[in-house]
Design a binder for this molecule. Sequence first.
Ligand code: COA
Ligand code: ZN
Length: 307
Amino acid sequence: MTDQVIINEVGLRDGLQNQPVHVSTDDKARMAEGLVAAGVKYLEPVSFVHPKAVPQMADAVELTPRLPKGDDLHYTALVPNLKGYERARDNGYPTVGLVLSTTDTFNQRNLNMSLADAVASCKAIIAAAKRDGVQTRTYISGAFACPYDGPTPVDVTHTLTRDMLAAGSDEIAIADTIGAGNPQQMKDIMAPLIGEYGATPFFVHLHDTRGLAAAMAWAAADLGVRKFDASVGGLGGCPFAPGATGNVATEDLVYMLEACGLKTGISVEGLRAVVALASEATQRPVGGRILAWIKSQEERGRDICIS
Ligand code: COA
Ligand code: ZN
């Protein structure tokens, strides 16, 4: 089992999409540069959604060419439907994130589609992406609970996951969109899937609403999952998922995984500068637990060494 972990930074998309203060394209570009300087290699900077549905994402086309460039950088754009997929492809994204929620209600609120229509739409996008040579990662949103209908039966998450893998989705992200899950549920969902498919296709996407995101990430890592979404500063929330707070903070996830002997290639100190930018851009204090601890140590005159 590899000790290398992929952390996909979703702060610019999931993190900013619900912020009340408009964040400029300049600020987003600066945050992307800071993230890459901190060692981040996987980023989801935009979604191609209706600009009226999510005004913070309206500059996706303008931001894209301003993102740092490099052969070792991997960008994903989130797409809600075929039109969004075509826009992502035409703007040069090599990977797209598809959204499939676990209930009719959530799909309706998020995508204006029933669950059955959303399944069909994802299959159509996966087929188009295969033809175009674009990689696909399907997010099973509300994999633990739906913001409207309550807890999600494990079988529902498993069935949608298997369906999307059978349709050819390269990866599946098991998403606790509202941060309602726990580490035992993570094991109940992931262990059978990893038994069937191995860990390689799986991402885990967590929100820290009830403070269990790091524990859930570790439960997944312990089973062999090596791909995680995270958001710098713990920014986040979904406009269509009431009660969802920020994603697991990238700096907390990096700190935990490195402390446990895994390798992320990301510097907590480097992320600190981006957290400062994010606080300024969103006009509110953000930052993971580890930064508060580092600050408290500095205030007491202690030297900290976290790479
Ligand atoms: N990007 C931009 N415009 C889009 C679009 C997309 N991905 N999909 C549809 N549209 C436009 C259509 O072209 C059409 O425009 P027109 O009125 O000028 O002809 C209009 O939107 C309506 O098209 P329709 O296919 O009926 O879309 P809809 O009204 O059912 O809206 C979504 C569906 C998904 C595009 C919209 O609800 C949306 O963007 N939601 C945001 C979802 C999201 O970001 N969730 C959080 C992340 S999980
Ligand atoms: Zn999310």
